[in-house]
Design a protein around this ligand. Structure first.
Ligand code: HH2
Length: 282
């Protein structure tokens, strides 16, 4: 399987690590660390050398309660970084945004994946943009906005509802002209989900993987790990590792992570076990 991201044909035969580059002052686990392009660019290069197959650049925190950022501000944060990276790395760059205008400028600057975290509040212009530019489109499930998402957690069956929302959106994107080879789906762990619902979504991830669409999963350092283990953001490496290994075993194609070196090892080890399971009995 592959994901067509403009001129990049990204193989998904092995799990791809999407390295997180938050160019924000307030992201939940690394806010402020990479706001300066002079820090962001070397960090992105390090992630690629550690095994990242995508660099995901975001200029607006989506954590519950985060302050919205204007289009101008978001552009000022992400564009210099994307422009510089586009000349320095060979892996696709994705732009993590809810705004079609930011995605459009990012593609112009060299991004080839739109990581759209707007969920149920999506703007159809995002589909049209992906269709027009041949950028890949990551469709993520969420409800409301960072200000409201914590109150929007009523589901009858979170796995069924999220899977059905995502496959319907994939069909809509296809109808809007996005190539089926350029769409990936993401359950949006922690977005309008309680910790229990995030665990259930991971437990049922095989259902989403069974739809045949490429699956992206972002569990890195998230609060459901904090709720399970009782640890703050800077002590969630092992919890992240367990969730990444589980996601790979359930069929995730892309895992979005902050700690690329450690998670590359976790992913490759999990894949080695999965492949051994397919070999004849010895
Ligand atoms: N999670 C976050 C942001 N973007 N994109 C996708 N596709 N999937 C995710 O699970 C996902 C995402 C939140 O994490 P982070 O970027 O570390 O924090 P913040 O939103 O505070 O910047």
């Amino acid at each position: 399987m592959e994901l067509v991201c403009k001129d990049h044909k990204l193989s998904l035969d092995r799990t791809v690590l999407m390295g997180v580059l938050n160019v924000t002052p307030d992201s939940f686990s690394d806010g402020g660390l990479w706001l300066d392009p002079e820090a962001a660019i070397p960090h992105a290069l390090a992630m690629v050398s550690e095994g990242a197959g995508i660099v995901d650049v975001g200029g607006e925190s989506t954590r519950p309660g985060a302050q919205p950022v204007s289009e101008e501000e978001e552009l000022q944060r992400v564009l210099p970084v994307i422009e510089a990276l586009a000349t320095e790395i060979n892996v696709p760059i994705s732009v993590d945004t809810r705004k079609p205008a930011v995605a459009a400028a990012a593609i112009e600057a060299g991004a080839s994946i739109v990581n759209d975290t707007s969920g149920e509040e999506f703007d159809p212009a995002m589909d049209e943009l992906a269709a027009r530019t041949a950028a890949a489109l990551v469709i993520m499930h969420s409800r409301g906005t960072p200000a409201t998402m914590k109150t929007l957690t009523d589901y009858d069956d979170v796995v069924r509802q999220v899977t059905s929302f995502l496959t319907t959106r994939a069909d809509e994107a296809t109808e809007a002209g996005v190539s089926t080879a350029s769409i990936a789906l993401d359950p949006g762990i922690g977005f309008a989900k309680t910790p229990e619902q995030s665990l259930r979504l991971l437990a049922g991830l095989d259902e989403l993987a069974g739809t045949g669409w490429p699956v992206v999963v972002g569990t890195s350092r998230k609060s459901f790990i904090g709720a399970t283990l009782g640890v703050p953001e800077d002590q969630r490496l092992e919890g992240t590792a367990a969730s990444v290994a589980w996601a790979v075993a359930q069929g995730a194609h892309v895992v979005r992570v902050h700690d690329v070196e450690a998670m590359t090892r976790v992913v490759r080890m999990t894949e080695a076990i999965r492949e051994a399971a397919r070999r004849p009995v010895q």
